[in-house]
Design a protein around this ligand. Structure first.
Ligand code: FES
Length: 113
């Protein structure tokens, strides 16, 4: 079920916003990186910290607490200390509106496994 988040021009490239959709028991970090929109679980898999407070670079979001960086396409961390992925959600842009499929959240297969 897709839920509207914002207008596509509300987010500049490299920006992230925290989104708390009705009907989902977790917040999401909605990101624009390299011209694409992504949505992942907002809670870092390493600790109780909001990824939406982090930084975006090369389709990764870096947690500001201990520096783990999560691939926005797979949810898997590329940098320690996190070793577990965050869930990835499908996004779409239609008529200039960014939406997230809140029923699509899942842990993706680890790249290379
Ligand atoms: Fe995110 Fe530790 S809480 S890396």
């Amino acid at each position: 079920m897709y839920v509207d988040v914002c207008r596509s021009d509300d987010l500049a490239d490299g920006e992230v916003l925290r989104f708390e959709p009705d009907g989902l028991d977790e917040a999401l970090a909605v990101c624009k990186s390299d011209g694409e929109f992504f949505a992942v679980s907002d809670k870092c898999s390493h600790g109780n910290w909001s990824l939406s407070e982090g930084f975006l670079e090369n389709c990764h979001i870096e947690c500001v607490l201990h520096g783990s960086a999560f691939d926005l396409k797979t949810g898997w961390p590329d940098k320690l200390p996190a070793t577990k992925p965050v869930k990835v959600f499908d996004t779409r842009v239609r008529d200039g509106v960014v939406s997230v499929d809140i029923s699509s959240g899942k842990v993706r297969e680890k790249p290379g496994s």
